[in-house]
Design a protein around this ligand. Structure first.
Ligand code: FMN
Length: 268
């Protein structure tokens, strides 16, 4: 076969493709366990950051085991699931929002009139996290939140104090907003401004609000308002909507109400 024959060219090209395909697929397979471990670690670090849990240079996984207790709740009723109800899919340690919304028995289709977060569907059950304090009591609660920004769905966590009234922290662990604009949701200085803000009024109505522009620190509203992200009105509006949705009666409201009334406690 002459070295510039069509047959030889095709054979060499096919051989190169075959070798490359083997290399790419074996690399993908061999890296999969590492990626899964990193994903879990990233989730844990975000939960700890949202809960403002000090890591003190310790292994985040150890801190998580020691201080965080995941609990499954039925969103609509706020009921805490008993461990006997856990299954392979419905399990707080393996809970995956994206997976759950694709399992029809676990999905709630959100009517458009309710869908402030722009997500169309949400899991019927969600995992929430209790932060256990020094004397074994619950110090804070951490709630998963997600909703549409400008370019993407933002996924994160918000934490509330043990009275379930004041924000203790917020993080977003996944989004596709523009760095320097909507991507400023990751700015530590901005996230810091959430701490101590009042999420609810005395009647339990959601009052936290991310506004367009800067909060007037002298106004009475400052205790429940957050600065908008400059040049990013649409991401700002998205964050405002998703936080308010998840804290409302269509989100964690029933759970918040029953916990404030002292219900649910004995089941945890
Ligand atoms: C390349 C590019 C990326 C943008 N990324 C964002 C973004 O991530 N979030 C956002 O709200 N607006 C983003 N914007 C701006 C929006 O298109 C829109 O102009 C803005 O949200 C309006 O808000 P403003 O009134 O604060 O300017 C981007 C604009 C451009 C040109």
């Amino acid at each position: 076969m002459s070295s510039d024959s069509t047959k030889k060219t095709v054979l060499v090209a096919a051989g190169v493709c075959f070798v490359c395909a083997i290399l790419v697929s074996s690399t993908t397979v061999s890296l999969a366990p590492k990626q899964a471990v990193n994903k879990t670690l990233d989730r844990i670090q975000n939960i700890l950051a949202a809960g403002d849990v000090e890591a003190n240079n310790q292994d985040p996984q150890l801190i998580y085991k020691e201080k965080i207790k995941p609990v499954l709740i039925e969103v609509e009723s706020g009921r805490i699931l008993d461990k006997s109800e856990y299954t392979a899919d419905l399990n707080p340690e393996k809970f995956d929002i994206k997976k759950m919304v694709n399992i029809s028995e676990f999905t709630y289709q959100i009517p458009s009139s309710e869908d402030k977060a722009g997500i169309k569907k949400r899991p019927k059950y969600m995992v929430i996290y209790e932060v256990i304090g020094e004397n074994e009591g619950v110090e804070k609660y951490i709630f998963p939140i997600y909703g549409k920004g400008l370019w993407s769905t933002l996924y994160g966590f918000i934490s509330l104090d043990k009275e379930l009234k004041v924000v203790k922290g917020i993080t977003f662990y996944e989004h596709g907003e523009t760095p320097g604009l909507g991507g400023e949701v990751d700015n530590p200085n901005w996230k810091e401004t959430w701490k101590g803000k009042k999420a609810f009024n005395e009647d339990g109505k959601v009052i936290i609000q991310v506004i367009k522009g800067k909060v007037d620190q002298g106004s009475p509203q400052a205790e429940h308002q957050i600065d908008g992200l400059s040049g990013s009105t649409l991401t700002t509006r998205g964050v405002d909507n998703l936080v308010r949705y998840w804290l409302s009666e269509n989100g964690y409201g029933p759970f918040l109400k029953s916990m404030r009334e002292g219900g649910n406690h004995e089941k945890i």
